[in-house]
Ligand binder design. Structure first.
Ligand code: NAD
Ligand code: LMR
Length: 339
């Protein structure tokens, strides 16, 4: 967990222990959009991760300040800031993991799809550069609408001849983080022990938490499960409304993004049984991309896990989310191929 990562980062820097990199491979992580609401706390959390040896912070503005600030923290990684398109190549070169929280966030009344017109172009140009400068990196896509930006990235990589479905991830970890928090709160169980898979996509009804598979078991009525499902699906909107025009989730997203990147790094380093939910190329349903549990390893995706047994309520929700999710996927593919 992040806490263990922080503790071990602190331990490594304690004067009583000699610092050694022998057992921990060198890993470069790049954050694109690093001066933004997510980017800044995400840069902080990645700086605290002892698995990172180089941290590249890229944005169109503001990164020198973020990099100078975060770079003074006495943990393992060396931090560099890169600003403007002419420095993007340097930021990306040699990256093992690229995290993308670049783009505009929602305001009250907007859907994630309302961000498409601006963010699709941003993602397309960033992915074109990834294909050129670090085609083997694992890409963690945070920019919304994730249901479309991941297919856009796939198409850009296909055109560049660098696509490998094992290396492209839509970050849906925040849905899992929320489902765990809401389930533990309502069921009065220890949140640290809770596990809930969240499948489908990352927008409204396409977000499908599988509370029937949640552990530890809590006694919920059908009405409780419906309310928990709806709250998880509307979690992003809850934050957008509470922020009242000042953007969407940034701090919880930075936490979720740092957790997911940490899982990717552990997988690359050969840690066994690293499993996280993510929106990936998939044959679990008839849709070309779908979020489900994914086993991470040295090549990125090692295995896309099946959905497992669903309740009747979840089966119904699964069928109703498919048309919207497919439309968002096709919108992304079409954009990437026509522009
Ligand atoms: P923000 O506006 O605070 O920050 C975005 C940053 O991206 C800014 O610093 C901006 O300069 C930068 N940027 C814009 N164009 C760029 C480009 N071409 N290259 C590099 N950087 C560029 O927004 P935020 O709150 O950090 O949100 C960022 C994105 O993340 C939004 O699209 C939001 O919807 C999405 N998001 C996704 C999830 C998720 O669960 N996947 C959760 C929260 C937010
Ligand atoms: C979230 O789930 O918080 C993000 O996708 C941001 C948003 O627009 O809701």
């Amino acid at each position: 967990s992040i806490f263990r990562s922080v503790q071990s980062a602190v331990a490594r820097n304690s004067p009583r222990r000699s610092y050694s990199t022998h057992s921990v491979p060198e890993r470069k992580v790049a954050v694109l959009g690093a001066a933004g609401g997510i980017g800044q706390p995400l840069a902080l959390l990645m700086k605290l991760n002892p698995l990172v040896s180089r941290l590249a912070l890229y944005d169109i503005a503001g990164t020198p300040g973020v990099a100078a600030d975060v770079g003074h923290i006495n943990t393992r990684s060396e931090v560099s800031g890169y600003m403007g398109e002419e420095q993007l190549g340097k930021a990306l070169e040699g990256s093992d993991v690229v995290i993308i929280p670049a783009g505009v966030p929602r305001k009250p009344g907007m859907t994630r799809d309302d961000l498409f017109n601006i963010n699709a172009g941003i993602v397309k140009s960033l992915c074109t550069a990834i294909a050129k400068y670090c085609p083997n990196a694992l890409v963690n896509m945070i920019s919304n609408p994730v249901n479309s930006t991941v297919p856009i990235a796939a198409e850009v990589f296909k055109k560049a001849g660098t696509y490998n479905e094992k290396r492209l991830f839509g970050v849906t970890t925040l849905d899992v983080v929320r489902a765990k928090t809401f389930y533990a709160g309502k069921g009065n169980v220890n949140v640290a022990e809770v596990n809930v898979p969240v499948v489908g996509g990352h927008a409204g009804i396409t977000i499908l938490p599988l509370f029937s598979q949640a552990t530890p078991k809590a006694n919920f009525s059908d009405e409780d499960i419906k309310a928990l499902t709806k709250r998880t699906q509307d979690g992003g909107t809850e934050v957008v409304e509470a922020k009242a025009g000042k953007g969407s989730a940034t701090l919880s997203m930075a936490y979720a993004g740092a957790m997911f990147a940490d899982a990717c790094l552990k997988g690359l380093n050969g840690v066994p049984d690293v499993v996280e939910c993510s929106f990936v190329q998939s044959t679990v349903t008839e849709l070309p991309f779908f979020a489900s549990k994914v086993r991470l390893g040295k090549n990125g995706v090692e295995e896309v896990l099946e959905l497992g047994p669903l309740s009747d309520y979840e089966k119904e929700n699964l069928e109703s989310l498919k048309p919207e999710l497919l439309a968002s996927i096709e919108k992304g593919i079409k954009f990437a191929n026509q522009s």
